[in-house]
Structures are given as C-alpha cells and as structure tokens.
Write a protein that binds this ligand. Structure first.
Ligand SMILES: Nc1ccn([C@@H]2O[C@H](COP(=O)(O)O)[C@@H](O)[C@H]2O)c(=O)n1
Ligand SMILES: C[C@@]1(CO)OP(=O)(O)OP(=O)(O)OC[C@H]1O
Length: 159
C-alpha cells in the first residue's frame, strides 16, 4: 500500500531570532517566530507525514499551549512523527519540498537540508528533494514578512 500526504506552513520573520530551516541554521538578520524553533520546513515535512497516515497535524501532537514544546527542536518533533509512521509499517518513498522566501538565498543550504531530512526520515538523500522560490516580491513572502513551505510525501508499506 502507498499513501500520500501534503504539508504547508508559514512563520513570521522577526528580529532577534535564529533562522532555522530544514534543521540548518542560516546566517541572516532575522529569524522565524514560533512557539518552537519555528523550523517552517521541518513542520511542513512532519505535517505531510502525519497527513499520509491520517494522524492529523503537528498542532494536534505538539500543542503550542504546552510549555514542553516551547523553543522545541523541530528535528526532535519530526523524529517523533517518523516513529509513528514507522510503527504503522511504512517507509519513505520520496518527499518533495518547496521553501517560499524572498530572502535569504537558500541555494547554498539546500544540500545540507536535504541530507538532514533524509537522516531524520531514515532514507537516502536521493529520496528527498528540497527547492526554493521567491514570489517575485509579491505578497507577504515577497515583502519578507514571513517564510512559507510546502511538501508532498509518498510513503510505502515496508516489505
Ligand atoms: N529564497 C530563495 C529563492 C530562490 N532561490 C533559487 O533561485 C531560483 C530562482 O527563484 P525565482 O523565485 O526567481 O524563480 C530558484 O529556482 C532557486 O534555485 C533560492 O536559492 N532561495
Ligand atoms: C510546533 C508547535 C509546537 O511548539 O509550535 P510552533 O513553533 O508555533 O509551530 P506551528 O507550525 O505554528 O504549529 C505547531 C505547534 O504546535
């Protein structure tokens, strides 16, 4: 059996926060605001995985009202989600992700993000794709008020 899931997330860009995307800290003048470390890409990956197994979303599993998850490392949240996926008997087919950001340039960090996501999903880097796009200065991402991310995942029953 194969199943697919999709994820979408947005976080606001603010001063005095580190910019962590795909588990990688990116040197930049602003960072993403959230209850956790606000890693918009890993949240998207987690939501896509939860969607694929019909288990809701990260807000259901890690409520932002719970102090346990204050400044949480999103890599740990994704690892927990992946344990649930594995316990249901699935492995990764492939995942394709898009970061939507006017700035900074993601290209120098994409390969590290790809490798980190592959590591967290216990897969090969070739099963993971990460890309980035601007919105040509249009909308909230174009005005650099926030960064968005989307992902589509395919999981398959282990043989
Ligand atoms: N934050 C970003 C946005 C884009 N890129 C790379 O630039 C290419 C062109 O982007 P457009 O939005 O002008 O189509 C895109 O394909 C990415 O390779 C980036 O690195 N960081
Ligand atoms: C990850 C959680 C939990 O710390 O908080 P945030 O970092 O605010 O992220 P969001 O994508 O808004 O929702 C999921 C939350 O429950």
């Amino acid at each position: 059996m194969i199943r697919v899931g999709q994820g979408f997330d947005v976080h606001q860009l603010v001063e005095d926060r580190p910019l962590i995307i795909g588990g990688i800290e990116i040197p930049y003048e602003k960072g993403l605001l959230g209850h956790s470390d606000a890693d918009v890409l890993l949240h998207t990956v987690a939501d896509a995985c939860l969607g694929a197994i019909g288990e809701g979303d990260i807000g259901k599993h890690f409520p932002d009202t719970d102090p346990t998850f204050k400044d949480a490392d999103s890599a740990k949240l994704l690892k927990h989600v992946w344990e649930i996926v594995k316990n249901k008997g699935y492995e990764l087919g492939n995942i394709d992700c898009t970061i939507i950001a006017q700035k900074p340039k993601m290209a120098p960090f994409i390969e590290d993000m790809r490798n980190r996501i592959a590591e967290l999903l216990e897969a090969e880097a070739s099963q993971v794709n990460v890309k980035a796009t601007t919105t040509e200065k249009l909308g909230f991402t174009g005005r650099q008020e926030g960064i968005a991310s989307m992902a589509t995942v395919l999981i398959q029953q282990r043989t």
